[in-house]
Design a protein around this ligand. Structure first.
Ligand SMILES: N[C@@H](CCC(=O)N[C@@H](CS)C(=O)NCC(=O)O)C(=O)O
Length: 226
C-alpha cells in the first residue's frame, strides 16, 4: 500500500532531551563536536572530563568510551565516541537538508578524505605539537611541527587551485571543515605559524564567519604566548 504523501516527507528530527557532550574545554576533538551541535542549533549540555586527573581512564568513563578518550556523546541513551563518528551521526540524524554530509558519491568521498586528514595529519601534526606546549610534555615536538608544516603547505596548494571551492569538500561547508578547523586555527599555540599560508587563513576565516560558529578557547602559549 502506498503511504500518503505527507507521511513520505522526511521531517527534521530534534533531540528529545539535551545531548550530553563529554569533553575537555581545550580539546580540538571536542570542539569539533560542540561546533557541530551549535551549527545545527541542537540542545546540549557539557560534562567536563578531567584529563589531567585521569578521569577518562576511570571505570565510570570507560563505560562510556572504552578507548578512554574525549569526546563522547549520549543522545537519549545512544552513546557514541570519536569526534568524526559523532559528526557523521549528528549530520545524518539531525541535518534534514543533507548539506553537512552530502550523499552524492563524489562529495561524500571528498568529505571522507578530509575526515581522514583530520584523524591523521591534523591529529599527529598541529594537534600533537600543541599538546606538547599546552601540557608541558617532555617530548621533542620537531617531527610534529614538520608534519604540521607539510600538511599546511599541501592545504595551501589545494585551496589555491582554481578548482577548489570555498570549503574543503566544495563550495559549501561540510563536516570536513568542522573536523579540520580547530587544530589548524590554533596551530600557533603549538609553535606552528600560519603566516606563510594565506589561502588556509582565508578558509579558516570563512569557517569562523559561518552563522552560529563558536570558537575554541585560546591559550596563551607557543607563538601566542604574551
Ligand atoms: N580519535 C579520537 C581521538 C580523541 C582524542 O585524542 N582525545 C584526546 C583529547 S584531545 C584524549 O582524550 N586523550 C586522552 C588519551 O588518549 O588518553 C576522536 O577523534 O575523538
Amino acid at each position: 500500500m502506498t503511504r500518503p504523501v505527507e507521511a513520505q516527507v522526511q521531517r527534521p528530527v530534534y533531540p528529545a532531551r539535551p545531548i550530553r557532550l563529554y569533553r575537555h574545554a581545550l580539546s580540538g576533538h571536542c570542539h569539533r563536536v560542540e561546533l557541530m551541535l551549535h551549527l545545527l542549533d541542537l540542545p546540549y549540555e557539557t560534562i567536563d572530563i578531567d584529563l589531567v586527573a585521569g578521569e577518562h581512564k576511570q571505570p565510570a568513563y570507560l563505560a562510556i568510551n572504552l578507548f578512554g578518550q574525549v569526546p563522547a556523546i549520549d543522545d537519549d541513551g545512544v552513546v557514541i565516541a570519536d569526534s568524526n563518528a559523532i559528526l557523521t551521526y549528528l549530520a545524518t540524524r539531525y541535518d534534514a537538508s543533507g548539506a553537512w554530509l552530502p550523499r552524492d558519491a563524489l562529495t561524500a568521498a571528498k568529505v571522507q578524505r578530509w575526515l581522514s586528514v583530520a584523524a591523521g595529519d591534523v591529529a599527529f601534526g598541529p594537534a600533537a605539537a600543541r599538546i606538547v606546549v599546552l601540557f608541558n610534555r617532555a617530548v621533542d615536538p620537531t617531527a610534529m611541527i614538520e608534519r604540521a608544516k607539510t600538511l599546511l603547505s599541501t592545504m595551501e596548494t589545494y585551496l589555491s587551485t582554481p578548482q577548489a571551492g570555498a570549503f574543503l569538500a566544495g563550495d559549501a561547508p561540510t563536516i570536513a571543515d568542522v573536523a579540520c578547523y580547530a587544530y589548524l586555527a590554533h596551530a600557533p599555540e603549538g609553535n606552528v605559524s600560519l603566516a606563510p599560508y594565506p589561502a588556509v587563513r582565508a578558509w579558516l576565516g570563512r569557517v569562523a564567519a559561518l552563522p552560529r560558529f563558536i570558537p575554541m578557547a585560546s591559550s596563551a602559549c607557543g607563538l601566542n604566548a604574551a
